[in-house]
Design a protein around this ligand. Structure first.
Ligand SMILES: [Zn+2]
Ligand SMILES: [Zn+2]
Length: 338
């Protein structure tokens, strides 16, 4: 799905974050290559570099898919299915002038509403939503594999170098500083991204999102979208096991549902919901029932994510204020089309 995000100032500045991420990847990659490329004739090194390059290739592929895939735009005219006018008013976005489906939120960085929004990720300069969540998860997987490979392969060379520098009491050369700082950064990233990954795996397995998880009001309530870890996994990664580790969706590997209408517990997720031709099931989007969510601990959520989620919740409160002229106009259009 091509991206439809408007080009805002935030999006342009976000490209600097992307450049920073690419620089970090290059920094750690070049550190490994500096040590192992001269030994490329050895069979073990050949195998290691082959695996390492495959992992880095997958990382870049997932990074591009997560960055360039539209996370999910609200389909036009879906508001037919929202129920009474009170719910419509509560879920009307004053910025985009659309009715927000259940689990849809307005992102101030992207300046648009995003289906099943998880969070806005500055590192990919895109929101993580219904259609690119799998790519984001795979990005974390391949980032971690690459980082662990780099860390393990560099531990012995760095240990030898550090021992040598201590023994001769000399000032480290530029190359030594480069090697030690890349290794330290690698170690730091492994520790933080491991926690971050664990947090997101738990969210996927419980059919929750970062924003759902941050909703303090519902702390004590159960997650109505949780259908068991297997079906929750299908919801993000699709049913085709062969595509789970590839940043490809196709027909069989796409997320279950359409990101607009959400079935609840006891409903069968195997019954796929087609595009815009569905009826509202038990829940009405925007109702208090619809926001009962999982409240697992926020381990691994970055401070950026937490602040963004809090900001989004505040904006949602503003969005749900009583009707405006624009709301009345759009709602009247819906009514006349019915
Ligand atoms: Zn919006
Ligand atoms: Zn965004």
């Amino acid at each position: 799905m091509p991206r439809t995000t408007p080009l805002t100032c935030n999006k342009i500045l976000g490209n600097f974050f992307v450049m920073f991420v690419l620089s970090v990847i290059l920094f750690i990659y070049s550190n490994v290559m500096k040590v192992y490329f001269p030994r490329v004739d050895e069979l073990g090194v050949k195998v290691f570099l082959g695996c390492f390059h495959f992992s880095v290739f997958m990382l870049i592929w997932c990074f591009l898919r997560a960055m360039l895939t539209d996370p999910g735009i609200v389909p036009p005219l879906w508001g037919f299915y929202m129920g009474d006018s009170e719910n419509k008013r509560r879920r009307y976005c004053l910025m985009c002038h659309v009715f927000k489906p259940e689990r849809c939120h307005h992102c101030s960085a992207c300046n648009r509403c995003v289906l099943n929004m998880d969070h806005h990720c500055p590192w990919i300069n895109n929101c993580v939503g219904f259609y690119n969540r799998k790519f984001f998860m795979l990005l974390l997987v391949y980032v971690l594999i690459s980082l662990y490979m780099a860390l393990i392969s560099m531990t012995f060379p760095v240990f030898i170098k550090a021992k040598y520098l201590v023994s001769i009491h000399s000032i480290p050369s530029y190359h030594d500083i480069y090697m030690l700082s890349a290794y330290s950064l690698n170690l730091l990233l492994v520790m933080t991204i491991s926690l971050f990954f664990k947090f997101h795996v738990n969210l996927v397995l419980s059919n929750s999102t970062t924003i759902d998880n941050m909703d303090k009001k519902n702390t004590q309530k159960t997650n109505i979208y949780d259908k068991g870890s297997k079906l929750n996994w299908y919801q993000v990664f699709g049913k085709n096991k062969l595509l789970w580790l590839l940043p490809i969706t196709g027909i069989s590997g796409k997320p279950i549902g359409d990101g607009v209408i959400w079935t609840q517990e006891n409903n069968n997720m195997d019954e796929e919901v087609p595009g815009n031709e569905v009826e509202v099931r038990k829940s009405v989007p925007g109702s208090s029932e619809a926001s009962k969510i999982n409240s697992s601990p926020q381990i691994g959520a970055s401070s950026i994510e937490r602040s963004q989620a809090t900001e989004i919740k505040k904006k949602e409160d503003i969005d749900t204020k009583p009707s405006t002229d624009s709301y009345r106009k759009v709602n009247n259009n819906y009514q006349s089309l019915k």
